[in-house]
Design a binder for this molecule. Structure first.
Ligand SMILES: [Zn+2]
Ligand SMILES: [Zn+2]
Ligand SMILES: [Zn+2]
Ligand SMILES: [Zn+2]
Length: 481
């Protein structure tokens, strides 16, 4: 797909990764609070180890110190590794720098041989001179200042040519009587506005592809994450970092190993971990949730003697479905749709973010207030101490929109962390969800299946900014808060 041409360049040296400046801190909006509560269930798990494994089952898990946290990445590993800083500069940019400085660097694939190779990254403009068609080429790994006009016969990139034509047509179809080509003395050229749109679209496509690669590199579950925007020119969010599990704020500790584990030979039939906590097993044999919203899920944990195929290990295995973060056409920003059919009552994804204290949530809430959308989820299953903030750090759930008639339902989950103040939040399907359908949950819904009292509370301290709901459901309550 790439056209190559050669230019003689010389010089050789070693290039190194440079540390880029950190991302700017920008507050995100918040108004309403997502809630998860189980008022009806007060069963506390016994802290004794009755029936559990005792001495001899000392499976210690060591973790390297969480030293360098940078750009959402956390460098773990051997002690020297803990001081490594991940390079935030993309491979393309590094290659571009190398070529610009005429340096070779084997580890990023720039060798003497390909130092002078040229590949078409995208096409920027079009013209016809004396009957010959030309395209303005952006060369991969080269800055815009090195773009060149190439005759059509010189280009071997049919997909990029098709993309160029498609983008041109999309632009023309959007406007009223838009004209793409202007003619002058037998020569033709593209309207600057059209060319500008095509370049923006090409850059957006590259940025979204890079972001999709980043998300899939970071995620640790089976389902793939795709990104799609056929609606507008919005690129990836600038201040969002993908995480797979809770990121506790300084001072908050999440236990990474349970104090108790079962020793069943078959967790489905025996008195297993849920029974120890005074609740029933949450799943049926088809791995579907069978308990009422509001009842907590107690899954088998790292101390249990059962294996990975235990029927009581569902949420901990992560998202199994391929999902797509897509741009909605009804003004709801990004949304998430499933690319495969999801059976009813199935685990879809976890809601993760930074775990912060409620006081901190209150403080951030004030900062987030303006735009109305919230990423704050109160963990008020049993106490009001903690909140999950998914504004900057989160997983796919960050992009799931609200609906007053949602197809996902919230449950509190305990696995290795049995502290009832800090449940994990899992989203399960309420019905069969077809491939291509958008996933939604009710931001105001508590784990008990009731509406949060916050939705009708007025804060006397400050004027309430109400955010209109665009969910379109027949039962729409009209507002998100
Ligand atoms: Zn068991
Ligand atoms: Zn167990
Ligand atoms: Zn088990
Ligand atoms: Zn609604």
């Amino acid at each position: 797909m790439a056209a190559a041409r050669a230019k003689a360049r010389s010089g050789e040296a070693r290039a190194r990764c440079h540390r880029a400046p950190g991302p700017p801190q920008r507050p995100k909006p918040r108004r309403t609070t997502r809630r998860c509560r189980a008022d009806t269930v007060t069963a506390r798990r016994s802290r004794s180890s009755a029936g559990g494994r005792r001495a001899g089952s000392n499976r210690a898990r060591s973790r390297a110190p969480r030293a360098a946290v940078f750009g959402g990445e956390c460098a773990r590993g051997a002690s020297f590794k803990a001081w490594c800083v991940p390079c935030l500069v993309s491979l393309d940019t590094l290659q571009e720098l190398c070529r610009k400085e005429k340096l070779t660097c084997k580890s990023i694939g720039i060798t003497k041989r390909n130092l002078n190779n040229y590949e078409v990254e995208y096409l920027c403009d079009y013209k016809v001179v004396k009957g010959v068609e030309y395209y303005l080429v952006k060369w991969k790994g080269w800055p815009d200042s090195t773009n060149t006009w190439e005759p059509l016969w010189n280009l071997r990139c049919p997909q990029l040519l098709q993309q160029f034509s498609d983008d041109k047509n999309t632009y023309l179809s959007q406007g009223r009587k838009r004209k793409a080509i202007t003619s002058k003395d037998n020569n033709k050229s593209l309207q600057p506005a059209v060319a500008e749109y095509i370049v923006q679209k090409a850059r957006q496509r590259i940025a979204l592809q890079r972001w999709q690669d980043y998300l899939n590199r970071r995620k640790n579950h089976k389902g793939m994450i795709f990104v799609e925007n056929t609606v507008d020119l919005e690129g990836p969010p600038s201040d969002f970092y993908y995480i797979n599990e809770y990121r506790p704020a300084p001072g908050i500790t999440l236990n990474s190993e349970a104090t108790f584990g079962c020793s069943c030979t078959n967790c489905f039939f025996e008195k297993c971990c849920p029974a120890e906590a005074g609740v029933v097993l949450a799943y049926n044999k088809n791995r579907q949730i069978k308990i009422q919203p509001g009842t907590p899920i107690y899954e088998c944990n790292s101390r249990c003697r059962c294996g990975p195929d235990c029927p009581n290990r569902i949420v901990q295995k992560g998202t199994q479905y391929s999902l797509c973060i897509f741009r909605t056409s009804n003004g709801c920003g990004w949304g998430v749709k499933t690319l495969v059919k999801i059976k009813r009552m199935s685990f879809v994804m976890e809601y993760v973010g930074e775990v912060i204290t409620s006081e901190e949530a209150e403080r951030r809430g004030q900062l987030y207030d303006n735009k109305g959308i919230t990423y704050l989820f109160d963990l008020d299953y049993e106490s009001d101490e903690f909140t999950v903030d998914a504004a900057r750090y989160g997983n796919v759930s960050h992009f799931v929109n609200h609906s007053c008639d949602p197809n996902l339902q919230v449950f509190s989950v305990f696995i290795d962390n049995l502290d009832t103040r800090l449940p994990r939040i899992a989203l399960f399907s309420t019905r069969t969800i077809k491939a291509g359908e958008e996933l939604t949950f009710d931001y105001q819904m508590k784990g008990s299946g009731e509406l949060s009292s916050d939705s009708i509370d007025y804060s006397p301290a400050r004027k309430r900014v109400r955010t209109q709901c665009k969910c379109g459901a027949e039962t729409c309550r009209g507002y998100l808060n």
